[in-house]
Design a protein around this ligand. Sequence first.
Ligand SMILES: CCCCCCCC(=O)SCCNC(=O)CCNC(=O)[C@H](O)C(C)(C)COP(=O)(O)OP(=O)(O)OC[C@H]1O[C@@H](n2cnc3c(N)ncnc32)[C@H](O)[C@@H]1OP(=O)(O)O
Length: 191
Amino acid sequence: MTAEASLRQHDAVVTRLRHFLDALASAAPDEQSGERLRHDLARWTEDLRRYAVPESRRYYGRSPTLASAGQATTPWYVVDEATPPERLAGRASFGTFFLGGRGAAHGGTIPLLFDELFGWLANSEGMPPSRTAYLTTNYRAVVGIGRPLTFTAWTDRVEGRKRFLRAELRDGDTVCAEADALFVTLRPGQP
Ligand SMILES: CCCCCCCC(=O)SCCNC(=O)CCNC(=O)[C@H](O)C(C)(C)COP(=O)(O)OP(=O)(O)OC[C@H]1O[C@@H](n2cnc3c(N)ncnc32)[C@H](O)[C@@H]1OP(=O)(O)O
């Protein structure tokens, strides 16, 4: 299979997995279905273990051209405009898998999205690797499950190895959450 075909296959599987996780989070299956599901999942887990590859050859979370960089365990997002490392903008939506309560997204999943966006900016092609030193989120309004959202993330300033980043998540005109973060460029030998 070509690299392009493998990437497409990965994207299709992850999309299925995202739908599966949403369905799982919403369901209370009966005993028979639950048993069948457990059995099928165990079979697929064993099957996939045979195809394990080193981190550098994985698609999961490492495919910036795919939605959510090829992951199902972050909220869904796509980058529509990118001028890295300065700015990026796009769309996001939190599926039922990310429900906290009363129709709102879990508070921990919002910084997860922001960390993804900041990682995208700070570690874009040609940039030296860097890691999150801190990430602060302000929750301004609830993020509704299934709502179509937009985001912007940008580099506020750079001071030596320190890159200060900011981001905003909106539902229409409403700012739902804001974040600011510090990414520090790694020194040689740092993990
Ligand atoms: C490799 C690419 C992977 C993609 C990553 C995607 C984003 C992620 O989720 S990374 C995972 C989460 N983050 C981590 O695990 C990071 C854990 N922490 C670390 O590894 C280190 O603390 C690290 C690298 C952030 C900084 O350590 P180190 O390089 O020793 O920094 P150090 O030399 O002490 O400080 C550098 C500067 O940053 C400042 N700084 C460091 N940490 C902080 C902090 N938490 N708050 C404020 N300032 C800080 C220091 O004060 C210093 O400032 P100045 O130069 O003005 O004196």
